[in-house]
Design a protein around this ligand. Structure first.
Ligand code: FCB
Length: 470
């Protein structure tokens, strides 16, 4: 699809294709709250956030944005924004509390209510099956480093699809398996907080396997028209200089950050250089015959989450480090360089070119695979001023620049079908708790009052015009 498909619409000079999907995104643990209602059991994030020192200020998702009790209000906000799509995730411990056995109807009822309200508002539900809230029982049985978890996930995917397939047409298996594997089991900064290089690689493989098995389960339960996808947080990795050493550092990060998922899922193979790079960590004997073929079950699109680029240089190989790292096999050879320019409240660089670079790379590497930006956005120090307004010009500038980058990629032939802004509303930002605000809707957590930030009005205007006015 090229820009010639973009129909002229009044007002916007950078117009997006006619059927472009304009959405917002959230995730269950970050917004729902109601942590022990209606039969929901603890997930690894409940356990982790209740462990002292793991999450800033000791915050937990117990109440979060109380979305569980505010579905109508939140759908009404989206209707006002004019979004065509809403990306949310199902809480596995709500739907299948112990990670095995039959589905819990009360849990499913919540998602039936949500999706009914969305559809009544003319908004397409886009459901993600796994946004990091593994039932604690499955972690106790071994978690993602343990092969059985992949089969548990496929069973849960089938249950969810059978229950909701009549009203949800777009499904994503996993959100950011890189974070689940490498932050969860490598650096330990995310739940379950384990720190083992080999476990992080085992987890990555079992997430790929889980994805492929879930695609099969979804295809079996959903109508043929359903769209099935996977969301990756691909790293827009740049070498600090053109020296062979720096280029090799970038190759290493690309292998363990990107191709560890792209190659199994789209080509049914493991990257050879990754296997070499990680030889001192594992011989990969946990990969069984047929696993990679299973992982490569065809998908209908690829979701990409992008926030900022990664710049790397070669490091003088240090002795094996004792500090936990999310970069199994690469950590001793790579130094992370500073990307110049402004930063968000996460201290993440603002660099929209990275998004463009990723999209055109995927245009070239995965011809014929439609792309969707399933997350993009920024945290800033937002507050309601005395008149009750939340002015967030930096977020508007960030979003404007990143949407322009998406537009440029579309002009250059990347088949990008949609953009989901992270996030609809302020929420529980994982290890940062409530200290970081990504929403275009401000949430005053003590009162749960929602207020459109200036960026929400800006986004509504972009959607209404079908594009940007520079
Ligand atoms: C992504 C996560 C999402 C959110 C953003 C800021 O890695 O998928 O839940 O926390 O980062």
């Amino acid at each position: 699809m090229t820009s010639t498909d973009a129909l002229p619409r009044p007002g916007a000079t950078l117009r997006f294709p006619e059927h472009f999907r304009w959405g917002t995104a959230t995730a269950a643990y970050q917004i729902e709250g109601a942590a022990d209602e209606d039969g929901r059991t603890p997930s690894i994030w409940d356990t982790f956030s209740r462990t002292p020192g793991k999450v800033r200020n000791g915050d937990t998702g117990d109440i979060a944005a109380d979305h569980y009790h505010r579905v109508s209000e939140d759908v009404a906000l989206m209707r006002q924004l004019g979004v065509s799509d809403y990306r949310f995730s199902l809480a596995w411990p709500r739907v299948q509390p112990t990670g095995r056995g039959p589905a819990l109807q009360k849990g499913l009822d919540f998602y039936r209510r949500l999706t009914d309200e969305l559809r009544a508002a003319g908004i397409r539900p886009v459901a993600t099956l796994y946004h990091w809230d593994l039932p604690q029982e499955l972690e106790d049985a071994g978690g993602w480093p343990h092969r059985e978890t992949a089969y548990r996930f496929a069973e849960y995917a089938g249950l969810a699809a059978e229950a909701l397939g009549d009203r949800v047409a777009t499904w994503t298996t996993l959100n950011e398996p890189w974070c689940a594997a490498f932050l969860g089991y490598g650096s330990g900064v995310h739940a379950p907080g384990r720190t083992s290089a080999v476990d992080s690689l085992r987890a990555a493989h079992h997430l790929n396997l889980a994805h492929g098995l879930a695609v099969q389960a979804l295809r079996g339960a959903l109508p043929g028209t359903a769209e099935i996808s996977l969301t990756l947080n691909l790293h827009a990795v740049r070498a600090h200089t053109d020296s062979p050493e720096d280029l090799d550092a970038a190759r290493r990060i690309d292998a363990v950050g990107n191709r560890i998922f792209l190659d199994p899922v789209f080509h049914g193979r493991l990257p050879e250089d990754l296997v070499r790079d990680t030889a001192s960590v594992t011989d990969w004997s946990f990969v069984e015959d047929g696993d990679l073929r299973t992982a490569a079950a065809p998908v209908d699109s690829l979701g990409i989450n992008y926030y900022s680029p990664t710049e790397v240089a070669a490091a003088t190989p240090s002795p094996p480090s004792l500090s936990p790292s999310p970069w199994a096999g690469a950590e001793r050879y790579v130094r992370f360089a500073d990307v110049p320019g402004p930063r968000t409240a996460m201290d993440w660089p603002v660099d929209a070119d990275g998004l463009y670079e990723l999209l055109v790379r995927l245009r070239d590497d995965l011809p014929g695979v439609p792309l969707v930006v399933t997350e993009n956005g920024a945290a800033y120090e937002d507050y309601a001023d005395p008149s009750g307004q939340v002015k967030d010009p930096e977020r508007v500038a960030y979003l404007q620049a990143h949407l322009a980058a998406v537009h440029r990629a579309v002009e250059d032939g990347a088949d990008v079908r949609g953009y989901f802004l992270w996030s609809l509303m302020d929420n529980f930002e994982w290890a940062y708790g409530y200290s970081k605000r990504f929403g275009i809707v401000h949430v005053d957590f003590p009162t749960q009052r929602r207020t459109f930030k200036a960026s929400a009005r800006w986004y509504a205007d972009v959607i209404a015009r079908g594009g940007l006015t520079p």
